[in-house]
Ligand binder design. Structure first.
Ligand code: NAD
Ligand code: UDP
Length: 312
């Protein structure tokens, strides 16, 4: 298969590219480098089954027939999407539409990277796919949350009205090598701080929770979903829930660092809790994660060490 992957130069996109190539596919990566980097794909330069086009998917595009479309282009970290608010809304709407139009034109499958942010600051816990969410439509996170919720509606509309063979994955906090240093996300911040001997910044009192999925587990779930015929959203994430303070201690343990923990203000609308119910993924995809947070942090050590040693 010749597979199109938007957002290929990003963190998850680069790991998905590798997995798709390893499974024998050809991959056409498209990215505008707004938050990604060619460094993530450098090691694939000599791979003849990998092609790359620098392009902003908000402008229509067609680089020839493809057999499947994965749509992963979008800023994803709160720091990135706050900086790129309008761009985030555009890629979730116009960009997703352009990618869907390609799947429609070539009559091929489509998988969209959605997010646990569709649940907002959830009042139901853990979150099942049936929960409609609790989202502030005008707060600072709305540029991302509502872009992703609009994308989900658009994907379902292309399925219902045009018969496109679509899939929606709701990704929960994913981490691992190639998370961009300085993207502001919890694991990249804490690992880099710990390895530099700097204070670990915990926002709020650190009692808010997240559930962290190692990237190889995440892309395995995504690939399985691409081969299924489920059109409604599926949660793919690790169901083990951690407070942010527990996560900071896990980082100290994995790195052997003696850094101190310091407290900083909690960003506005920061969700209090997040935990995926993955019964549906277990039942329909036979998927569950294999790598717990402590093992995943150890697997990421070399990468974050190189980030920590690089000039600021
Ligand atoms: P990332 O920022 O590393 O990757 C996103 C990629 O999309 C980048 O390479 C960026 O340059 C590219 N991009 C952004 N706008 C574009 C545009 N207009 N045209 C072309 N390319 C564009 O983030 P990530 O963590 O790898 O996230 C990938 C996808 O998964 C995103 O859609 C994100 O919303 C979703 N997701 C990620 C997580 C997570 O924990 N990592 C959680 C939920 C959802
Ligand atoms: N966070 C933190 N310190 C940091 C970065 C993030 O305490 O240096 C907290 C943040 O406030 C949130 C959680 O960690 O409660 C996860 O943040 P992240 O930006 O990784 O993603 P989110 O799940 O909020 O989209």
């Amino acid at each position: 298969m010749r597979v199109l992957l938007t957002g290929a130069a990003g963190f998850i996109g680069s790991h998905l590219t590798e997995l798709l190539l390893a499974e024998g596919n050809s991959v056409l990566g498209v990215d505008n480098f707004s938050t990604g980097s060619m460094t993530n794909l450098q090691h694939l330069k000599r791979e003849t089954r990998f092609e790359f086009r620098e392009h902003d998917i908000c402008a229509p595009f067609d680089f020839g027939k493809v057999d499947f479309v994965f749509n992963f282009a979008s800023p994803a970290s709160p720091v990135d999407y706050s900086r790129l608010g309008v761009e985030t809304l555009r890629v979730g709407s116009e960009g997703t539409r352009n990618a869907l139009d390609l799947a429609r034109k070539y009559n091929v499958g489509f998988l969209h990277a959605s997010t646990s942010e569709c649940y907002g600051d959830p009042l139901e816990h853990p979150q099942t796919e049936e929960y409609w969410g609790h989202v502030n439509p005008v707060g600072p996170r709305s540029v991302y949350d509502e872009a992703k919720r609009f994308s989900e509606a658009l994907v379902m509309a292309y399925h219902r009205y045009y018969g496109v063979d679509t899939r929606l994955v709701r990704i929960f906090n994913t981490y691992g090598p190639r998370l961009r240093k300085g993207d502001g996300r919890i694991i990249s911040n804490l690992m880099t701080q710990a390895l530099r001997g700097e204070d670990l910044t915990v926002y709020g009192d650190g009692t808010q929770t997240r559930s962290f999925c190692y990237v190889s587990d995440e892309v395995d779930g995504i690939l399985r979903l691409s081969r299924s015929s489920e059109h409604l959203p599926i949660n793919i994430g690790n169901p083990t829930e951690w407070t942010i303070l527990e996560c900071a201690h896990a980082v100290l343990e994995a790195t052997g660092s003696t850094s101190k923990i310091v407290y900083r203000p909690l960003p506005e609308d920061d969700p209090i809790q997040r935990q995926p119910d993955i019964s549906k993924a277990r039942r329909l995809l036979g998927w569950e994660p294999k790598i717990d947070l402590k093992s995943g942090l150890r697997l990421s050590l070399d990468y974050f060490r190189s980030c920590a040693e690089a000039p600021v």
